[in-house]
Design a protein. Sequence first.
Length: 542
Amino acid sequence: MMRKRSITALAGMVTAASILAGCSLTDGTGGFTEPSSRDMFGYQVSQELKTSNAGSNVGVSTNAHLLSGRLYPAVFVPGPSGQMIPNTDVARTQVLPGRNRQVIYTIETDAKFSDGAHLTCSDFLLAYTAGTHPDLFGAHMPLMDQIDHLDCLPGAKEFTVVFKEGQGDRWRELFGPGTILPAHVIGQRLEMDANTFVEALESEDPDQLTPIAEIWREGFNLDNFDPELQVSFGPFRIDSVGEDGEVVLARNEHFNGDSAALENLVVWPQSADSAELVQAGALRVADVQTDSPEWLDLNAEGNPYTVESMVGELTESLRFADSGTWSIAENRQALSQCVDQAAVAEASSEIAGVEVPPVNVHVVRHGDPVARQLGERSKDHLETDIEAARAATGTEIRIGYATPNERKAAMVEAIKDSCEPAGITVVDATESGKTLDDLASIDATQSDGEAGDGSIDAFLGAIDPMSEYNSAAVNLSNVRALRAHESYFWKELPTLPLAAQPRTFVVDRNVSNVAVYTGPTGIGWNMDRWQVTDEESTSDPE
């Protein structure tokens, strides 16, 4: 469902004509001062900005792709019809079929990081190593498990990925947005040359991998921004992080593609005061939680905004812990029998103002035509069976999500209400916010050998089926394989699909080239192409 209407900003707001990104401003005494974050083009996202590492547990939990998609671009980007289009600014690929599919990646000759260092296969090897050692790195890149090995010579612009037998159908989703981080700066921080660094990655030795993993996991956090470490190879680089958690992006002069239209762009977290940003003339694009944000006055004159609300591509789901009560498939199956997806979807819709459907498929996006071929087989999973759910009577499940969120709280409450008759206690354990790092994990063991206890048993968040599940390519010729994989995931239930994700975007009509997208990178998927078309533009007159 999509609806579009005009929205009016707060009456009396300062006009956007005061925005002069990249320029100095008068300080009222005839002198000049550097512009603040509120003097620049602003884009507010629907998450907190915790890290630029979208492959980490924290990055996945907070959808860091919204920020880092144009810092560390993916090898393939989604097209208007859902097809994956090669990003030739990064690399070109050649597929060699066989029992073990191989993909040869040729990195663009002039692809460089913002510090001038070349993008090489070591950066891809780092992503692969993190993804295949998730507990050590605190990573969540499930598709890396498809890979048998990755051949990389230190500093090379070409490398080969060899997949396990019969796997690799979703190879285009590998090396997604925000996952290809700068290996060379991690190596420099550890005083390792390129050869030593690659040898350490290939060693499988925890003692050698641990110091790399610590920097990979923690070094890209934004509350302790390290400009020497956080270099990028996309059209933008991070210039600074402000006191309100905003991330100031600057044009990356080393980017080998077309230069970003805006010299500076500020990405604001959801916790920033939207009304204050509007008053400052700093809010140009926003990804918001509801179709009627309190800071928008529907009746005021001088409306600069339009609003689009729609059903998003992603599926909001529960990811379960791999330790404790809910690591047992039979318990997860019992829980699934009392979870009423229709009630969860209704609760989400009521808060968002966007009617979203319940979802009963794992391996494809819920809106894909192929999903109908799978949903018929799994439609019974939308029905509740309290008697079957009583197999888990007496258990408690603690559910958390990234930040306090009224809509997700309502979803958890709906799960609580539908599972209470089965004797299953559902607790919202979010408090100030949780991530996948808070799940009970078999890696966290006590001295007595018992599994460590995380603060939550399930994490509620949006999932992109294409990068979450190692399954067949999505087309009608693969329906039999997709059905088999769907049956497997309903049996094992590492995740429980609930409902489609609602999305609402607020866009200043004086900004051009904004194209709505509801995948992982959101509306900012092409933010390097955004331009201000009013009289006072924030783009360079090139």
